[in-house]
Design a protein. Structure first.
Length: 113
């Protein structure tokens, strides 16, 4: 059983910042493109950021310029730095090794004044 553990969510005011972390087994992190996904209430999960094993990054238009994905291969953690947060960023955030069936439990982010 592959275990992915997200953390770092919380309640933040609009314009604030959070940093999400995802602990990933080394064998998974080494071989897979990693993605962060956002699921707003009542919506499907959507990819917001991805990072390849060699560090190439991509972002959805909705977060480009505000969010930064990174990875620490030594600690086996994938991060999502979220700045200039907006109320529409509210939802559960999941990390996911793309092309696998593994998902973490998610971490809740609420952006509200």
């Amino acid at each position: 059983q592959v275990q992915l553990v997200e953390s770092g969510g919380g309640l933040v005011q609009p314009g604030g910042s959070l940093r999400l972390s995802c602990a990933v087994p080394k064998s998974i992190l080494r071989l897979n493109v990693m993605g962060w996904y956002h699921q707003a209430p009542g919506d499907d999960r959507e990819s917001v950021a991805t990072i390849t094993p060699v560090g190439s990054k991509s972002y959805s238009d909705s977060v480009k310029g505000r969010f930064t994905i990174s990875r620490d291969n030594d600690r086996s953690i994938v991060y999502l730095q979220m700045d200039s947060l907006k109320p529409e960023d509210t939802g559960v955030y999941y990390c996911h090794p793309i092309s696998t069936r593994f998902w973490g439990q998610g971490t809740q982010v609420t952006v509200s004044s």
